[in-house]
Design a protein around this ligand. Structure first.
Ligand code: ADP
Ligand code: TRP
Length: 320
């Protein structure tokens, strides 16, 4: 079983990225073969600042390692260290129907937000398909917003196999249903594009201020409250274990427990759960050469697999 996911280095990682993408893969890194990469080429569709890209690439790698990704168990690498992905993207693009890409929500959303319609933005799902298929991935853990891209990958793989012969395995998206969409400060999906995020390693003071600003309804302190209608509860349960979640649920239902109490509890559990990660991150940041060595070793392992798949694809189309 091969599991693969990519994370774009296009800004500070937030809780949505962690619970939607990082944690599920870190939790299962010892089962089967796990590949995690920093999706620099995808980030380039929106980040046009070399220093920012470099910095964010380092940050993503640090964040993954700090949050418990073990490079001895999982293969962690930079997308740009495996150039084979571009050749495969081209081989896939010749069997990718325009209509398939035109239907992608993510592309349409980006245009609606005012991003110029570049070829890179349009072809983004083909490059993502190449990422996934290059490693013959079985499962791709992603947030719900990326599910369509994995479905597009399956369509492209099927079309390639049908046209040129069986080369690719069809991957499955893996969505952690309980945490499918992490709400942001305003209740919309937490996303850096909406400016409603809480960073994983933000300054605690800033995190606290953001939590305190979360809008809640006007139910008085004494009255019972509906935990399932409250954003603070939704965020609390991400960090909490079952018993902690249940205790918090009872606080809401019982009444006499205000949203201010819940926000304080959310900040405390965040601090407690993140403390070991923060320490590890600081330790790693002090030794960039170790992080670099882990990334290079990861790229070497990834490339060995990538070369095999690319050779099979080249043979299938008649480029051998
Ligand atoms: P953003 O929406 O902030 O731009 P990305 O698109 O870079 O985040 O997402 C990186 C990964 O994190 C993807 O797998 C994505 O599905 C996941 N993710 C991002 N935001 C959320 C969220 N609010 N809930 C669940 N998963 C998310
Ligand atoms: N498009 C993904 C995102 O924005 C990042 C990504 C690129 C990815 N290639 C991938 C995710 C391959 C999973 C598999 O989150």
């Amino acid at each position: 079983m091969r599991i693969l996911t990519g994370v774009q280095p296009s800004g500070q990682l937030h809780w949505g990225n962690y619970f939607g993408a990082m944690k599920p893969i870190i939790d299962t890194q010892a089962q089967g073969e796990t590949f995690v990469f920093v999706a620099q080429y995808h980030a380039l569709t929106t980040v046009h600042d070399a220093a920012a890209l470099r910095q964010a690439t380092r940050d993503v790698a640090l964040d993954f390692l700090a949050c418990g990704l073990d490079p001895a168990k999982a293969c962690l690498f930079r997308q740009a260290d495996v150039p084979e992905v571009h050749e495969l993207a081209w081989l896939l693009s010749v069997v990718t129907p325009m209509g398939l890409l035109e239907r992608c929500h993510s592309y349409k959303d980006k245009l609606a937000r005012g991003l110029p319609a570049s070829h890179g933005l349009f072809a983004y799902p083909v490059l993502m398909a190449a990422d996934i298929l290059l490693y013959q991935s079985d499962e791709v853990p992603v947030g719900r917003d990326q599910k369509q891209h994995v479905e597009v990958t399956r369509d492209i793989a099927a079309k390639f196999n049908q046209t040129f012969g069986e080369v690719f395995k069809l991957p499955q998206p893996r969505i952690a249903e309980t945490v499918a969409v992490i709400p942001g400060l305003d209740g919309q999906k937490m996303s850096k594009s909406y400016g409603n995020t809480i960073g994983l390693f933000d300054d605690p003071k800033e995190v606290k201020a953001k939590i305190m600003r979360i809008a809640t309804d006007s139910t008085p302190l004494e009255a019972p409250k509906d935990p399932d209608a409250c954003r603070v509860f939704a965020l609390y349960r991400l960090f909490a274990d079952e018993a902690e979640t249940e205790a918090m649920r009872q606080n809401y239902l019982r009444g006499g427990y205000g949203y201010g109490h819940a926000k304080k509890a959310l900040f405390e559990i965040y601090q407690r759960k993140m403390a070991p990660f923060r320490e590890r991150r600081a330790a790693l940041a002090a030794h960039p050469e170790e992080v670099e060595a882990a990334l290079r070793a990861g790229a070497e392992r990834a490339r060995a697999v990538a070369r095999q798949t690319l050779a099979a694809a080249r043979r299938a189309v008649g480029l051998d």
